[in-house]
Design a protein around this ligand. Structure first.
Ligand code: 5GP
Length: 184
C-alpha cells in the first residue's frame, strides 16, 4: 500500500520506501560483519517487526535463524502501559546462542528492557538489539541498543509493519497519522 492509498489519513511521510531500503541494507552489512563466524539467531517481536525482519534477513549474506515472540504492551491505545505479557514464547532454546533481538520501535523502552531481562535469564552467549526506529525523547529507561535504523520525533507512527488498531501495517513507508485518526 502506497501513501496515496490512505490519502488524508496520513499527516506526513517520515521515511519513504527508498530510505528504508538503504538503511536496512546498511544495518544488514554491519550485522553480517559483526557476526562473522558466529551466526545470529534473530529473535523477532511480532507483529510490528515482521516487514523489517523480512527485508533485514534477506539483506544479510549469511544464513541466519529466526524465531518469534509475541508480547502485548499497548492493546488498541497509543500509550505504553509498561505491562508486558508473553502471548507467544520462542520455540528454540536460546542458551549459548548469539541472540539479536529485532524490534520495530523503541518508545519508552519499557517493553525492550523487560524483554532483555527475560532473554538474558535464558543464558544466551550474547544478546544485542537491532531496532528500526527509536524515539529518543521518549526513552524512559537506559537501554543499550547496538543497531538503530532511525531516530524519530516523539509522534505516533504507522507503516512498514507498525499499526494503529491493526491498520496500516502494509503501508510501504513510515508516516505519522493525521490527528483526527488518533483518539484524543
Ligand atoms: P515501549 O515499551 O518502548 O514504550 O513501546 C514499544 C512498543 O510499543 C513497540 O514495540 C510498538 O509495538 C509500540 N509502539 C510504540 N510507539 C509506537 C508508534 O509510534 N507507533 C506504533 N504503531 N506502535 C508503537
Amino acid at each position: 500500500m502506497e501513501p496515496e492509498d490512505v490519502g488524508t489519513e496520513l499527516a506526513e511521510v517520515l521515511i519513504d520506501e527508498q530510505r528504508l531500503a538503504q538503511r536496512v541494507a546498511q544495518l544488514a552489512a554491519a550485522i553480517s560483519e559483526d557476526y562473522e563466524g558466529r551466526p545470529p539467531l534473530l529473535v523477532v517481536v511480532l507483529k510490528g517487526a515482521v516487514m523489517f525482519l523480512a527485508d533485514l534477513a534477506r539483506a544479510i549474506p549469511q544464513s541466519v535463524e529466526m524465531d518469534f515472540m509475541a508480547v502485548s504492551s499497548y492493546g488498541y491505545g497509543t500509550a505504553s502501559s509498561g505491562v508486558v505479557r508473553i502471548l507467544k514464547d520462542l520455540d528454540v532454546d536460546v542458551r549459548d546462542r548469539h541472540v539479536l533481538l529485532v524490534e520495530d520501535i523503541i518508545d519508552s523502552g519499557l517493553t525492550l528492557s523487560w524483554l532483555l531481562r527475560n532473554l538474558a535469564a535464558r543464558s544466551p552467549a550474547s544478546l544485542e538489539v537491532c531496532a528500526l526506529l527509536r524515539k529518543r525523547d521518549a526513552l524512559q529507561v537506559d537501554v543499550d541498543i547496538k543497531y538503530v535504523g532511525f531516530d524519530i520525533p516523539n509522534a505516533f507512527v504507522v507503516g512498514y509493519g507498525l499499526d494503529y488498531a491493526e491498520q496500516y501495517r502494509n503501508l510501504r513507508c513510515i508516516g505519522t497519522l493525521a490527528p483526527d485518526r488518533l483518539p484524543s
